[in-house]
Structure formats: C-alpha cells, structure tokens
Design a binder for this molecule. Structure first.
Ligand SMILES: Cc1cc2nc3c(=O)[nH]c(=O)nc-3n(C[C@H](O)[C@H](O)[C@H](O)COP(=O)(O)OP(=O)(O)OC[C@H]3O[C@@H](n4cnc5c(N)ncnc54)[C@H](O)[C@@H]3O)c2cc1C
Length: 441
C-alpha cells in the first residue's frame, strides 16, 4: 500500500519527495485548483502565499543553519529555492513562480508520486502524512477535531513576542511570581513616567492591517495589548501590567506597573511577554517594547501576532518523530504542527517524510539530533508546555546548552558549527544515499 500525503504545500511537497526518492509509492492529495484556500492563488505545489523571502541564508543565523541542513538531506524545497533565487543580499529571495513551477514539475514527473487533485475530508487508512497547513479546509479540520479531541486543534493564534534571555538587563528586572508562588517569572517594573510614555506610544502605534480572510474575532480573555490599552489609561494596570501581588518584595518605591516575562523553555533561554499578543507591525514591536525597563536591548526571537492559523497541540499529541501518539502510522508536518514559516514547514516535511518511509520499510523511525536546527525546532513543538503552546519559528533560543560567549557572533558560530557537525554525523550514520548532498551543501 502507498503512503498518503495530504496537502501539497511546502511541507507536503517536501514529505512526498522524501518518500518517493527512496523508492516508495506516494499518493499526494491537493485540493487546488478545484478548491482554493483564501490565500493561495495558483494550482502549483509549494506556493509561497505571501513574501518571496525564505529569510536569512547566513550560516551564523538559525535560518541559515536550517537551510544548510535541509540541503544536506536532499530537500526539494531548497533545490528549487537555489534554482529560483534572485539577488537578495543576506536573505534567500526567490522568483515565486519559478520556485513553485520547478517543484510542481519535479513532483508531476516522478514515477513514484501519484497526484490526486481532490479535497480530502476524512483521515485515510494506512501510513499517512497530514500537511494541510494553516488554512486546512473546514470539513477536514472538523474531522481532525473529532479525531484528536475538541481541545487540541486551534483555529487562531494570539502570540506574544519572545525575547532572548541573554539580551535582558537583569539590573532592572527581578524574579518572582505574583503572590510569591514561585520564582520562574521575571518582572520589569515601571515608574508612572515610564508607563505613561509606553502607553502613549502603544495606543498610537502602527498596526498590521489584516486581509479580509485574516480578520478574526477577538476573544475577551486574549485581546491584543494595543486593543486593551485603547480601552483606557488604567486598563493595562488592572490587567497584565497590574503592579499588585508583589507586596512581599518590600520595594522602596511601589512600581506603577509591572510587565511579566514567562519562561518559554526549560533552559530559560527564551521568555515571552505575558499578555502581549499583538497586531503591531514588527518595527513598532521593537521600538515600543524596548521602552520597557530592562528590555532596551531586547533580541526578539519571535514577534507577537494574532492571526488565523489552524494548528494542533503538538506537545500533547505528537511523538518526536512527528507521528501521532494515538496512531503512530499517522504523521503531521508543516504549519499545522505549530511551526511557523516556509522553511520550517519544509523541515517538518523532511522529518515526517523520512519517518513515514522508515515506518513502512523498517518499522522503526528516527529522532533528529537535539542541537541541529531541525532537531531543536521539532524538540520544541513536541516538548513545549502544552497548556501555553503557540506556534514557533526557528531561533537561537531553541538550541540547548550554549556556553557563555562574550561575543554574540562567536556564540552564533558555535551553534552553527555544532549543528552542522551533528547533522553530518546523523546523515552518515543513517542515510548512505545522501553522501553527495552533504558534500555539496
Ligand atoms: C496568509 C499567510 C501568509 C503567510 N506568509 C508567510 C511569509 O511571508 N513567510 C513565511 O515564512 N511564512 C508565511 N506564512 C506561514 C507559513 O509559512 C505558510 O503558511 C506555509 O505555506 C506553511 O506551509 P504548509 O505546507 O504547512 O501549508 P501550505 O503551504 O498552506 O500547504 C497546505 C496545502 O494543503 C492544501 N489543503 C488544505 N486542506 C486540504 C484538504 N482537505 N484536502 C486536500 N488539500 C488540502 C492547501 O490547498 C495547501 O496547498 C503565511 C501564512 C499565511 C496563512
């Protein structure tokens, strides 16, 4: 029996390719052009729905490491991106038409891939990969919701920015929880003057204008911070920035407002700003959130956003090989697993594709090394706190045990070298067929 891949986006195309190149038969289901999503405009596989940038290609940048690793694993997305690349400085910019046409032609010509242009409404029998993306059609989303459980499929995300812990000025920040329950939170106190300046900038900030299909209802418990602020000068002080609960701290002067930061991983290399889900433009997030005392030099690992996005609770549902705990023959890949970004989707496609192939041919699957960019990203989505799970892009905070470096660039080089060494070892131990790819990457 063949392996089914549902969804011919970035993740599904990559997954189908990885299975087919190893000699197994694949049926790739794609609803377009018969049924389009609100964002796709063509019938091509791996269509880039918005920007034509695949982000940094510099090796000291986590996105650059991720791309290199994909190339070492013989990624069709990266092969096509190189073919379609335009001059773009530090970023890998592509001609979107050439990019998608290239992948489409490779897939359609591959003898091991049968393309079926149809909307899937039920989970198929046998080994399958679900890669239907952030705009999964409604009937299939409902099917997934029934199968996975009411509380484990989300239709929107509302995420706060994540800051690298080593960019925080701890001289201005203190540890402690409201009402003193534990000390895992960080707190940035503000004077009245600092709060006033911050508030004025926040209510006048430039906001990302969503397209019609991106407009979503706001939930009272999860309002964007700027919407909350516009309700009144005091609203944030009664909400996420309330200064009370810290009486046990014996402040010399009681803070007027307090911004809380919550750890995003066990290593505490990443902290999110509690209650700061936002639709502010990226440059506005940087400008205004750096006004918070202690965050003057904040390095943003993820920006806040509020948008339509169908994704599952991966920490609760998935194994580290991207198979479902409840049914190890069913794999998930791409944005629907809670990764964020084109190249991240392709990475999920590689992991799910290789593992679906291995499940079929050998029974056992592989977990990617923890300190490769692919392994760090997958590790995050399967082991994050499931109660606060929100989508994640690849970033430096996902890698573990980075020794202290004075120089930021040295730290980035260390992470890159370690990741590529681990990936090279992993490839040579597991994929004799990829020797050429490693050499050429
Ligand atoms: C509006 C928007 C803009 C974005 N902009 C960017 C950006 O600029 N840069 C960036 O890095 N990331 C961006 N993203 C995030 C993400 O990188 C992309 O969504 C990416 O395409 C995700 O890849 P994927 O393979 O998971 O999903 P997709 O590429 O969306 O692929 C899913 C495929 O499944 C098909 N499908 C859905 N349901 C069914 C079904 N029931 N049966 C059969 N086929 C089905 C769809 O037609 C689609 O082709 C954006 C996301 C959205 C929604």
């Amino acid at each position: 029996m063949q392996i089914n891949v549902i969804g011919g986006g970035l993740a599904g195309s990559e997954a189908a390719w990885q299975v087919a190149k190893r000699g197994e038969r694949v049926v790739l289901y794609e609803s377009r052009p018969l049924k389009m999503t609100p964002a796709h405009k063509t019938s091509f596989f791996a269509e880039l729905v918005c920007s034509n940038s695949l982000k940094s290609k510099e090796l000291h940048h986590p996105h650059g490491i991720l791309k290199k690793e994909l190339e070492m694993l013989g990624s069709i997305v990266m092969e096509s991106a190189r073919f379609a690349s335009l001059k773009g400085g530090k970023a890998l910019i592509v001609d979107r038409k050439v990019f998608s046409e290239y992948i489409t032609s490779k897939i359609e010509k591959n003898e091991n891939i049968e393309v079926r242009r149809e909307e899937v409404k039920e989970i198929p029998e046998g080994i399958s990969i679900i890669a239907t993306g952030p705009l999964t059609h409604k009937d299939f989303a409902d099917e997934l919701k029934n199968y996975l459980g009411e509380n484990f499929l989300y239709f929107y995300d509302a995420v706060s920015p994540i800051i690298s812990s080593d960019s925080l000025n701890m001289g201005k920040i203190f540890k402690g929880d409201r009402f003193g329950l534990d000390d895992s939170y960080l707190n940035a106190p503000m004077t009245e003057y600092e709060y006033k300046r911050f508030y004025e900038e926040l209510i006048n900030a430039e906001i990302h204008e969503p397209k019609e299909f991106e407009k979503i209802p706001y939930f009272e418990g999860c309002l964007p911070i700027e919407v909350m602020a516009k309700r009144g000068y005091e609203t944030l002080r009664w909400g996420p920035l309330r200064p009370d609960g810290f009486e046990y701290m014996n402040f010399k002067e009681r803070p007027y407002a307090i911004v809380q930061l919550r750890p995003e991983n066990k290593e505490r290399t990443m902290y999110s700003l509690v209650g700061f889900q936002t639709q502010l433009k990226i440059k506005e997030q940087e400008r205004i959130f750096r006004m918070i005392p202690g965050l003057e030099n904040a390095e943003f690992l993820r920006y806040g956003k509020v948008h339509r996005n169908i994704y599952i609770n991966s920490p609760k549902l998935l194994n580290p090989d991207l198979s479902l705990k409840k049914n190890p023959d069913l794999f998930f890949a791409g944005q629907i697993t809670g990764t964020e970004g084109y190249v991240e989707a392709a990475a999920g496609g590689i992991v799910a594709g290789i593992n679906a192939f291995l499940r079929k041919s050998r029974g056992a699957t592989l977990v990617f090394p923890r300190n490769t960019a692919i392994g760090a990203l997958i590790n995050y989505i399967v082991s994050a706190d499931f109660e606060n799970f929100s989508p994640m892009n690849v970033n430096l905070g996902l890698f573990e045990e980075i020794p202290k470096f004075k120089d930021k660039m040295e730290k980035r080089r260390y992470v890159a070298q370690r990741a590529l060494k681990e990936m090279e070892k992993f490839v040579s131990e597991n994929f004799a067929d990829l020797k050429e790819e490693v050499k050429n990457a």
